[in-house]
Design a protein around this ligand. Sequence first.
Ligand SMILES: [Zn+2]
Length: 134
Amino acid sequence: MNGRPVPDPLLCVCGQPMHLKTSRYGPFYSCTTWPDCDGTAALHDDGSLKSTPATAVTKAARIGAHKAFDKLWKEGLMSRSKAYRALAEHLGLKKRDTHIGYFTEEQCDQVLQFVSLMVMEEEHYQRNGPDPTM
Ligand SMILES: [Zn+2]
């Protein structure tokens, strides 16, 4: 399984149950109170949860956090697995729980803080070279 199993019932962030819908991008879970609530959850091809239920605002925060985080390894600052390891450590999470698709808005803010910290450290290193005490 690529992601978390879908609980039965799957509850939205608003507390209401969610049901399976199909968009042109494939199946996803939607809040049964839509359009009052815009909560959705994405699925992997194997039917497991790719993201936990979230409102459009939280989803936007996750997308922003993911973009910032991916830059770390896409621009070669560190390897992808090192970036995830460091992020897990920064957030106090297990590596298997470190999926931005599961994050709250608060955790997304922490991802952004983590990314600027990593970038600052790298700039410091570029300017000053390796720390002689390390
Ligand atoms: Zn809802």
